[in-house]
Every structure is written in C-alpha cells, then in structure tokens.
Design a protein around this ligand. Structure first.
Ligand code: DGP
Length: 141
C-alpha cells in the first residue's frame, strides 16, 4: 500500500521522531500550524479513528496526553489543540492525531471554528436524540 505515514513508520521516509513506542509513532508535522506540531499515528495502518481497534484506544489517548504535556513542559506552550480529521479535511488516510502547541494570542482563535446556533431547544434536543439513537454500545477494553 502506498501510504506516506506507513513509509515513515517503516523508516523508509525521514521524519523528526519524538515518540517511538510499541504501537505508536509521533513525529513533527512537516507543515506545522505552529512549530512543535506533532502527528501521532498507530504503527498499523487504519484509515480513520472509526477503524481503530479497541485495544489501541487507551494507548492512543495516553500517548496524545503525554505529547500535549510535553508541548507545555518542553516548548513553553500554555496549552495545546488535540484533533483528528476523519475523511473530511483528512489529507493523509492513515489515522493521525494532531497535537498543536497553543499560546494565547497565537492567532488561531476564531479562525478555526466558526460557530452556529440551534434555532430552538427542540432542535438541539432533536440533534441530541439522533446521536443517542446512533451511538454504539461501550466496549470494555
Ligand atoms: P490532515 O490534513 O489532518 O490529514 O493532516 C496531515 C498532515 O500531514 C499535514 O499537516 C501535513 C502532514 N504531512 C503530510 N505528508 C507528510 C510527510 O511526508 N511528513 C511529515 N512529517 N508530515 C507530513
């Protein structure tokens, strides 16, 4: 399969690796939102978060949490933005968690997430009900 992140995992493409552990690899995004922006990937190829096997759920979140802490402790960021694009806005179809260092006044606020409003409490309740109706049961890891 021709996957750029699989090539980085395999060592066939260079990357600035910051986390190299059992099931996961973390490396610098080559086009960072801010310097120190990390991409965290599972070594085994899955396209999106929806495809991630349950046994990797906790490990992925734990690694993302530690990278978010390292952005603060290592880079002096005040916080971070942790995000996953699934299909839409996803340019590389190998699951990757963005860990972006954030500091107040860095310019990202407002640009990234334009907000809307519900027309009524009935409409918001309808949206909530549709999600609840489609939600799969929790699975024990
Ligand atoms: P997304 O748009 O959410 O799929 O983010 C994909 C990111 O991957 C994007 O910010 C640029 C980064 N990227 C793409 N190709 C490479 C690469 O070959 N090396 C590195 N380090 N990052 C890459």
């Amino acid at each position: 399969m021709d996957c750029v992140f699989c090539s980085i995992v395999a060592g066939d493409l260079p990357a600035d690796v910051v986390l190299d552990e059992g099931d996961f690899l973390g490396f610098l995004d080559r086009r960072p939102v801010f310097k120190g922006h990390v991409l965290l990937v599972p070594r085994s190829h899955v396209d999106t978060l929806l495809d991630l096997p349950v046994e990797l759920h906790a490990g992925l979140l734990g690694a993302a949490q530690r990278l978010a802490a390292a952005a603060v402790d290592g880079l002096g960021a005040q916080g971070s933005f942790v995000a996953v694009n699934n299909v839409v806005s996803q340019s590389v179809p190998h699951l990757h968690v963005h860990v972006v260092p954030r500091t107040k006044g860095d310019g990202l606020r407002g640009f990234f997430w334009p907000r809307t409003k519900y027309a009524s409490e009935l409409e918001s309740a309808e949206y909530a009900a549709r999600i609840v109706g489609a939600l799969s049961p929790a699975v024990d890891a």
